[in-house]
Design a protein around this ligand. Structure first.
Ligand code: NAP
Length: 551
């Protein structure tokens, strides 16, 4: 079927309703954009296939699921009033509390009337003649809109590897991002977890106390940082709330969008080993990502500097895990710290000291042969389970966008255009797809997400405002601006340790999906620099975009 056929098919079925803006996704991105667009006189419809708002936090409801950014900067900053009113209970937010926060936001900003849940969008096709996007749902309804925005999130398309026999398992077997909504009673059950990334690092210690056993099938061990969860106290909350302007300013000016103090010009080689260890120990005790961002300025660029931190972390595993063989299996080697996104630990290593937690090395000693009706068969033995969880990650950044049929002005889909890897202008738009915007699309930075999302939203809503005020029909980013951005993004990743992501199957470069990477999926030139460039583009009235006037 050609694009034209699809379109005719769509329009002939139409129970058509027109909106100025259609947004896909009611997580942080969709909700934030809706709020910003409501300040303009626009009709906006937000669709989400889930039965709740919350995006990733609606889908990832597995035991132990919580944010790795600290609560006080894992939120929107557009309203001081809301920042002052909302109270977080812990340092790192559990998924349920994030959903409560997003509902609070949706209620206070009156967002719900413009959101349509349980609606899957299958395609969005640009019609050159009308200059409208035609958006089609899985039930055949179509909607037309001037602007189409993906707020689908960068880590939202679950990846299920091809493992022989997976469908033959008799018990519950599902991806971690599809945890049964009605809950799952795993007490006294034998649980197998395949995959050992950030999700598994949260699952293992959360499930181990109640399950009969938890067996983790690990291919590549991670560098894991301690989280150091703690309760919010009235004193801490008061301090945060009286410092919000400074916290927001720090996030906006930090390479990863976090309110941390950069160790400007402090490089690892300037310190003795003893001094290095003292710095690492202090940050290790403090917990979270400060270990990477407040220790040495060259940690994510210089392999020798990186190795000093990696060694510190490797040594910690031997202190935390009693059994030396298990400790060795959990020890990452052969790739630098931060070539993969480091998970935060809420008792992961200690969990391996329990009698009912087992680690299976499927890379070196016993690869998985198949999943059977009763469990997982490796080259050495059959492990019998009642439940199997696939914590196997996501087709990040491009997955959700390519899964949907999104056709631009030439009839080509995003997937077709991105055959050799994605190309975008700063992750917010892509040439040949007029009036399409993406929030944290490919080649945007990976940083504290609410910060990046809000900066993307400011640019997108300002662009729409500009177009409406100038009576523009459409915008398309110039191919040269897009190429310049892609080249720059490729250049800067080459200056960082993230380029070694392909050696560690990292989603940063798409190498976690067979046949996908490596390619430049993420901008690692500093979120702060990226925000500055977006701001400059906005202030200069979007010189990278070609606008068409309404006739
Ligand atoms: P992930 O980090 O990509 O880990 C996926 C795991 O599945 C890896 O251990 C991988 O092994 C394994 N795997 C993939 N294919 C496999 C196969 N065929 N056989 C066996 N194992 C296989 O995924 P994730 O843990 O879901 O996390 C993804 C991202 O989501 C994180 O990096 C983070 O950004 C985000 N996340 C955030 C939070 C939070 O904020 N708290 C929590 C969870 C996730 P290899 O490493 O060998 O490929």
């Amino acid at each position: 079927m050609t694009a034209q056929d699809t379109m005719q098919n769509n329009t002939s079925k139409a129970s058509s309703t027109d909106y100025d803006v259609v947004v896909i996704g009611a997580g942080f991105s969709g909700l934030g954009l809706l709020h910003y667009l409501k300040q303009q006189d626009l009709s906006v419809r937000v669709f989400d296939k889930a039965d709740n708002i919350g995006g990733t936090w609606t889908w990832n409801r597995y035991p132990g699921a919580r944010g790795d950014s600290e609560t006080y900067y894992y939120c929107f900053t557009f309203s001081q009033e809301l920042l002052q009113e909302w109270s977080w209970s812990e340092r790192y937010p559990a998924w349920g509390e994030i959903l409560e926060y997003l509902h609070f936001l949706a209620d206070r900003c009156n967002l719900m009337p413009d959101i349509q849940l349980e609606t899957t969008i299958e395609s969005a096709i640009y019609d050159n003649e009308s200059g409208r996007w035609i958006v089609r749902t899985s039930s055949g309804d179509t909607y037309t809109c001037k602007y189409f925005v993906s707020a689908m999130g960068l880590i939202s398309e679950p990846y299920i590897p091809e493992i022989k026999g997976l469908e033959s398992f008799a018990g519950p077997c599902f991806h971690s991002a599809r945890w049964p909504k009605e809950g799952l009673d795993y007490s006294g059950k034998r649980v197998g977890i395949i995959g050992a990334g950030a999700t598994a690092v949260q699952l293992v210690p959360s499930m181990a106390p109640d399950a009969e056993s938890v067996t983790l099938f690990q291919r590549t061990p991670n560098y894991i940082l301690p989280a150091r969860q703690r309760k919010m106290t009235p004193e801490w909350e008061k301090e945060i709330k009286s410092n919000y302007p400074e916290i927001i300013n720090k996030c906006r000016n930090h390479v990863f969008g976090m309110p941390f103090d950069s160790p400007v010009d402090r490089v690892a080689a300037d310190s003795t080993e003893e001094e290095q260890n003292a710095i690492y120990q202090k940050l290790w005790e403090e917990g979270g990502f400060r270990f990477c961002f407040e220790s040495y300025d060259d940690l994510l660029e210089n392999l020798d500097a990186n190795e000093t931190a990696a060694n510190f972390l490797r040594h910690k595993i031997t202190e935390l895990v009693d059994d030396p063989e298990t400790a060795e299996m959990l020890t990452p080697r052969g790739y630098p710290l931060f070539a993969k996104r480091p998970p935060l630990d809420h008792g992961y290593y200690e969990a391996f000291n329990r009698d009912n937690v087992h680690l299976v090395d499927i890379a070196k000693t016993e690869p998985i042969v198949e999943v059977t009706e009763t469990g997982v068969l490796t080259e050495k033995q059959l492990y019998e389970f009642d439940i199997i969880i696939l914590a196997t990650g996501f087709d990040a950044l491009t997955g959700a966008l390519e899964h949907m049929e999104i056709r631009g002005a030439s009839g080509e889909t995003l997937k077709e255009k991105w055959r050799a890897g994605p190309s975008t202008f700063m992750g917010v738009c892509s040439s040949g797809f007029p009036n399409l915007f993406m929030i944290t699309g490919p080649q945007a930075p990976f940083a504290n997400l609410p910060t990046t999302i809000e900066e993307n939203i400011k640019w997108i809503s300002a662009c729409i405002k500009h177009m409406e005020s100038q009576n523009y029909a459409s915008m398309d980013v110039s191919e040269s601006a897009e190429k310049q951005w892609g080249d720059h993004a490729a250049e800067v990743i080459d200056l960082t340790v993230m380029k070694y992501g392909h050696e560690a199957n990292s989603w940063f470069v798409g190498s976690n999906i067979p046949g996908k990477g490596p390619s430049t999926l993420v901008y690692f030139g500093g979120a702060n620099n990226y925000f500055d460039k977006l701001q400059e583009s906005l202030e200069k009235k979007f010189p990278e975009l070609n606008f068409t006037a309404t006739i």
